[in-house]
Structures are given as C-alpha cells and as structure tokens.
Design a protein around this ligand. Structure first.
Ligand code: ARG
Length: 456
C-alpha cells in the first residue's frame, strides 16, 4: 500500500503507476531532498514537535540513505512514485515509527518546491562558473589575434571591416548578460517555500526562518498558495537558458560559415568535427550544427513550462510534476554546450591571411569615404549619395573602388582629394574607429584588457 493509501480500498492500476511515476527523472533531486529533510527535522526538534533523539536518528539515517544512493545501493520502485516517497519509505524501513515523524508539518507540494529551488540554485552556480570559462576562451582567442581583420556582415553581405577580436568579444558580452540573467533569476529562486504545506501552511508551530537559515535561503515565501502553485522561477530559468542557447547557436552559425570552403576563416580542431561515411574529403562542424538543433529543444522546454502553467487553477496540480522533465532537459542540454564550447574555441585555428584577403575588398571602406566627406562639411545624406554614385560608376566601368583615378572619382565625388585614394586600407579603416564600443585597435585592446581582468 502506498504511503497515502489509508482511504483507498483497491490498489492503483499498473498502468497508472507507470503513468504517474516521476522517480525515473526526479531521482537526481536526492541530495537536495535529503538536505531539506535534515533541516526540517532539526527545526521540528528545536520547536519540540518531535523528540531531539528522533531528529538525530533521522538525520543520521538520511546520511546513510544518501551514501547508499551515491554508491548505487538503493533500489528504485515506481510504486513509490517519486524521490520524496522513496527516501521517506527508506527512513521508515530503517527507523519504524520514529522515521514516520519526518513528514510532520510538510506536504510533498512544499517539499518538491523546496527541492527544485535547492537544486536549481546549485545548477545556476555551476552554470555561472562554466559561462566564465566559455567567456575566457573567447577572450583568449581575441587576445591571441589582436590584428586579425575580417569583413563584418549585415544581411550576410560585406559591410565594413572589423577585428576578429571584436567579433569574439561581441559573444563575450552576450554571455555576460546570460550570466546576469541567471544570477538575477537565482534571487527569486533563493526563497524558502517549506512550511507552506499542501497549500495552506500548518497548524504546527514550525520555525520557517530557521529552516531558511539552515539551507542558506535569503528569506521565506510569504504566501503558501503561491509557494506551492507557481513555477515562474523555473520558467525564468528556462528563458535564460533558451537565450543562452540562442547566443551559442548564433556563434555556431558564424563558425559553420567561417569553416566553409567559401569563407575558410577558421579551422576547428579534428576532435570537434566528424567525417562523412560516404565522402572521404569531408570534415563537418557537427558540434556547431547540433547546437543549432539542440537550441530548438531548449525553446521547446521553455514553451512546455509556459504552457503547462497557463491554465492551472491554484494551487498545486499534478501537471506540475512535468516541470522537471523540461527543466532537466534544458539544463542538461546547456551543460553539454558549456562542456564542449570552451575547448572547441580554445583549439580553433584562425586564418588571419584568409580573413585579410576577404577584408581587402575596397567596397568595405565605402562608408569611410562618406564619413571623410562629412569631415569636409558635406551633409551625410549627400555624402552617402555621392559615394553611392561612385560605387555605381566603378561597377559600370569594371573597376574596384580603389582602381579609379582621382579624376574618375571626382566625376561623382567632386570634393575628393588625394587622401580619398588612401582610404581603402583595411588597417587604417579599423584604426580610425576609435570611440568606445567601436572596432578600432585601441578600443578592442582596452576591451580585451577589461575582460581579462574581470575574468581572471
Ligand atoms: N511527484 C510529485 C511532483 O513531482 C510530487 C508532489 C506530489 N504531490 C501530490 N499531491 N501528488 O510534482
């Protein structure tokens, strides 16, 4: 008979047991479930709700159960539904009636809310460390290649020349906001729900603040119904994970383009690529492609959580058991990404000479001509028009922008001087972008130093 079987006269159907179990996925909460129970019984004893000796015995037995689970010497049985029931049953098996006191003033509804919060808190701390590694790998690539210039793109068309380092640091910024989002979400996760009971709190004189302090929470939840019903913190986390995955997916797309034969800007280490079973010459950037693919999974997890919650009447409904499936999948996927990317970025070989060859297309410097005209007092819109006309002239005459003579240039840009003919140098173009946030050598060196110090 199940722990809740008192009012039932027939056993649960087999299919229903299978349908409703969560032990297959919530067993990973065992450490947090045990930590929560240990704090709970310590408080129960302090409030004289259970004898101190019982609390000590339960805490010692919980430690033994944890060791058994860690060593694989613990049998799971779907008849016991979830990790909470498994650990409680093991306690009762070992301690009899004394063990059966652990669940005083507690429901699985507040217990599972507590466990998830404890678990997610640890996961976020781990993710934050890993994101720093990822950022460091990008910063080191930037620092190792401070003069590599490549074409920057908008609409996937050549736009202006930029530094490879600037491109890397763009992702460092994105990852930094991802870390910020996680830390921010952690604040709302770090609130202690235990004591909310099933939905209405408890008649027993428990000390929730003591449990919160014991488990390192910032404070206790203020409303028992909210505490057992809502999973907004899980949705926030899934959202932060989805945005992180989106960022890595974009990085992946850049890398996929860059290692194509058409670009040939970088080469990923063999350890991060796979071959074709048919075409002997192939080396494919599968890790990057998989990241684009897996990002879709993380979006799915976020959508599942949002959808799961939108129609639920207060308070706890069993639908919420599914939160863990989505959350764990999103976390596992992101943790895999974070395992693979730092070493893949660190070992990536960049090809500065190929980048430079692409960056020497003088059309990339057309904006510099327009800005030179602005310096000479021409209103920007007219400057833009003149340079546009010059681009058209060159196209019609089969010339690159740096191949026309000054006289030819003056047909469309009357203000052009000798200096205009020197504006097609990619290095000079980059160097001139010397304002905060721009791709100039000085500015990017400043940013690299900033990140190296911050991530040290
Ligand atoms: N297995 C459940 C879950 O993961 C635990 C809470 C169940 N509560 C209940 N009243 N059935 O959400």
């Amino acid at each position: 008979m199940a722990l809740w079987g008192g009012r039932f006269s027939s056993e649960t159907r087999n299919e229903v047991t299978q349908y409703s179990e969560s032990i297959s996925f919530d067993q990973r909460l065992f450490r947090h479930d045990i930590a929560g129970s240990k704090a709970h019984v310590k408080m129960l004893a302090a409030r004289k709700i259970i004898p101190a000796a019982t609390a000590d015995a339960i805490r010692a037995e919980l430690d033994r159960i944890q060791k058994r689970i860690e060593s694989g010497d613990f049998r799971y049985d779907i008849a016991m539904e979830d990790i909470h029931m498994h650990i409680e049953s093991a306690l009762i098996d070992a301690l009899g009636a004394e063990g059966a006191r652990v669940h005083s003033a507690r429901s699985r509804n507040d217990q599972v809310a507590l466990d998830i919060r404890l678990y997610l808190r640890d996961e976020i701390d781990f993710l934050l460390t890993e994101i720093r590694h990822f950022q460091r790998a990008l910063v080191e690539q930037a620092a190792a290649n401070p003069r590599a210039i490549l074409p920057g793109f908008t609409h996937l068309q050549h736009a202006q020349v930029v530094l490879f380092a600037h491109h890397m640091l763009a992702y460092v910024e994105m990852l930094d906001r991802d870390a910020e989002r996680l830390s921010d979400c952690r604040k709302r996760i770090n609130v202690m729900p235990l004591g909310s009971g099933a939905l209405a709190g408890s008649t027993l004189p428990i000390d929730r603040e003591m449990v919160a302090a014991e488990l390192g929470f910032d404070r206790v939840t203020r409303n028992s119904m909210d505490a057992v019903a809502d999973r907004d913190f899980a949705i926030e986390l899934a959202n932060a994970l989805a945005i992180f995955a989106m960022h890595t997916s974009r990085l992946s797309e850049d890398l996929i383009l860059w290692c194509s034969q058409e670009f040939d800007f970088v080469e990923l280490d063999d350890a991060f690529c796979t071959g074709s079973s048919l075409m002997p010459q192939k080396k494919n950037p599968d890790v990057c492609e998989l990241t684009r693919g897996k990002t879709a999974r993380v979006y799915g997890d976020l959508t599942a959580l949002l959808t799961m919650c939108k129609g639920l009447p207060l308070t706890y409904n069993r639908d919420l058991q599914e939160d863990k499936v989505a959350l764990f999948d999103a976390l596992d996927t992101v943790k895999m990404i974070l395992k693979v990317y730092p070493p893949m970025i660190e070992t990536m070989k960049i090809k500065p000479e190929r980048m430079r060859a692409a960056a020497s297309d003088p059309a990339l410097m057309a904006t510099d001509l327009a800005e030179k005209l602005v310096e000479l007092g021409v209103p920007f819109r007219s400057a833009h028009h003149r340079v546009g006309a010059y681009v058209k002239y060159c196209r019609e005459h089969g010339l690159k922008l740096n191949e026309a003579s000054l006289d030819q240039m003056r047909e469309t840009i009357p203000e052009a001087t000798e200096e205009f003919l020197t504006l097609f140098d990619p290095d000079a173009s980059v160097a001139k972008r010397d304002i905060t946030g721009a791709t100039g050598f000085n500015q990017v060196a400043r940013q690299i130093a900033y990140w190296q110090e911050r991530l040290a």
